[in-house]
Write a protein that binds this ligand. Sequence first.
Ligand code: UDP
Ligand code: MG
Length: 348
Amino acid sequence: MATKVTSPSGSADGAPAHAQAGLSIVVPVFNEAAGLVRFHDRLVEGARALQKNRELKCEVVYVDDGSRDDTFAVAKALPADALDIQVISLSRNFGKEAALMAGLDHARLGAVLFMDGDGQHPPSLVDRLVGHWLDEGYDVIYTAKAHRENEPALRRFGVKAFYSLINWGARQKIPEDAGDFRLLSPRAADALRQLPERSRFFKGLASWIGFRQIRVDYEPAERLHGSTSWNFRGLIGLSIEGLTSFSVAPLRFASLLGLLLALTAFFFGLSILFESVFYGVKVAGYPSLVVGVMVIGGVQLVMIGVLGEYIGKILSEIKARPVYFVAEHNIKSAQDQTDSAPARTAAE
Ligand code: UDP
Ligand code: MG
């Protein structure tokens, strides 16, 4: 993969606008109006420290993912006194992955930090992440929940199963437990931008691009307000999305299962033949027949479903629709503190 920036330290190497030194903090927000001001205050504190200690220019990109409350208005009213603020409003709720992509596309500085807007990703950790990037030259600094003991056993089991399936036979394993709170160096962010697929699974892609990666364990904080937008169905959906957009493991699993069933049937047939030829045993046909038909029928239906998931994915990639539409884009610079960009309505 050709990337234009070679320095891990984030300094520009004749690279395009994206590779300017600095840090863009991308924050997807969906119905976060109640906690946004508090979140922003904490972010500003962190950004001030970064600017003072490391002379790192920062901006924040809020992506309003079609919120139904007044998140957009609140974000637009935030004062840009320490760092530039971009507020992008999507034309409807496209989902977090699409919001992250919109943020990545609009980030104007070199490195990109993804962070949730609900306060669960502690801004106090940002300095440590930046340290791994600037001092040690890491490209992908991802965070993972230090503990999962407080989660229900069923959920933990689901997570385990998901990762063993998605990583099955994969050359580059997706780290278990990794969240969306991650810092990408300019060249890693650039690599991510070059990926052409529409269905994004950022956790997987950020790991797939390679470069120097490091894991940082952290304790997620409580939400500032409200509750998570993920329910059981949403999580299952995301898992299927992640699996099918990222790995062909389910298809391989189907082939293996088919092989296993065929082999079992073959040996079962042999044993029946053996018994009736050598021992004259009369084999009762009806129950085993029903069981056999039902097993094969069920497995085939499931596997057709799996195939269908992949065909659906091919369809949506072929349609090549934009991943999101921007309804409004507002930029506030820390210097002039005026709205510099008029509202735009085009897809970007
Ligand atoms: N989010 C979003 N679009 C959505 C759902 C969520 O942009 O459709 C944002 C949300 O505002 C938050 C982040 O994604 O900043 C994580 O969402 P949430 O806290 O609901 O997920 P969890 O932390 O439980 O994984
Ligand atoms: Mg959250």
